[in-house]
Design a protein around this ligand. Structure first.
Ligand code: GAR
Length: 220
């Protein structure tokens, strides 16, 4: 069996993607080990879900702004605290699973990978990017009258829901009667797409070319 790649999961809420990733690990599909689950919200259900699975979980508070401090400096202070929490059992990848903050230079710089040509930080977004970045993407696709919605796994850059695309899956929402129905279909897609994409990303068989991050077999 291949070695388990240590990963940390950052999440702000419910944690269904965390559960899908952990199930893929438990079933042997994904050769990974979650070192720590970090949340920026003290009441995020994902923290209890992780602890119930015996996985270390930590709340790292968003710091109060200091007088005259820039948003970037505040973000970096938060990310320094996250990095300190990760230091005991250093992960190779950061996996964002419903983490509702834009990342800054502190975290992205710490996981920058010259061979990959990007940072080892990955996210799942509930839309076919570049459509509907930001919040409530399934709802906005529904309200816009889209015939399809989808999910995107991408490497994380400094923009909002931006970075080289690893994988996308579209699904028809023609038969849906509410935004809630769209989200239900979307989450089922996410829970398949994320573990599947992580399996080749974590294996190191990934190359970034322009806006694409794709499976590749690297010559060693
Ligand atoms: C998921 O739909 C995920 O794609 C989305 O938040 C939800 C988290 O659900 N992420 C984003 O919108 C990131 N921009 P979960 O907590 O049940 O995994």
């Amino acid at each position: 069996m291949s070695a388990r790649v240590p990963i940390a999961v950052l999440a702000s809420g419910r944690g269904s993607n965390f559960e899908a990733i952990q199930s893929a690990i438990d079933s042997g599909f994904l050769a990974a080990r979650i070192t720590l689950v970090v949340s920026d919200r003290a009441d995020a259900p994902v923290l209890e879900k992780a602890k119930a699975k015996g996985i270390p979980a930590r709340y790292v508070a968003w710091p109060a702004a200091e007088a005259g401090e820039s948003p970037a400096s505040r973000r970096n202070r938060h990310e320094s605290a996250v990095l300190a929490a990760l230091a005991d059992d250093l992960p190779r990848w950061i996996v964002l699973a419903g983490y509702m903050r834009v990342l800054g230079t502190e975290l992205l710089g710490a996981f920058s990978d010259p061979v990959l040509g990007f940072s080892r930080v990955v996210n799942i977004h509930p839309a076919l990017l570049p459509a509907f970045p930001g919040l409530e993407s399934y709802r906005r696709a529904w309200e816009h009258g889209c015939a399809v919605a989808g999910a995107t796994v991408h490497l994380v850059g400094e923009g909002i829901d931006d970075g080289p695309i690893c994988a996308q899956e579209a699904f028809s929402i023609d038969g849906c009667r509410s935004a809630e129905e769209v989200e239900k279909l979307g989450l089922a897609v996410e829970h398949r797409l994320y573990p599947r994409t992580l399996s080749w990303l974590l294996s190191g068989r990934c190359a970034v070319e322009s806006r694409r991050a794709r499976f590749c077999v690297r010559q060693t």
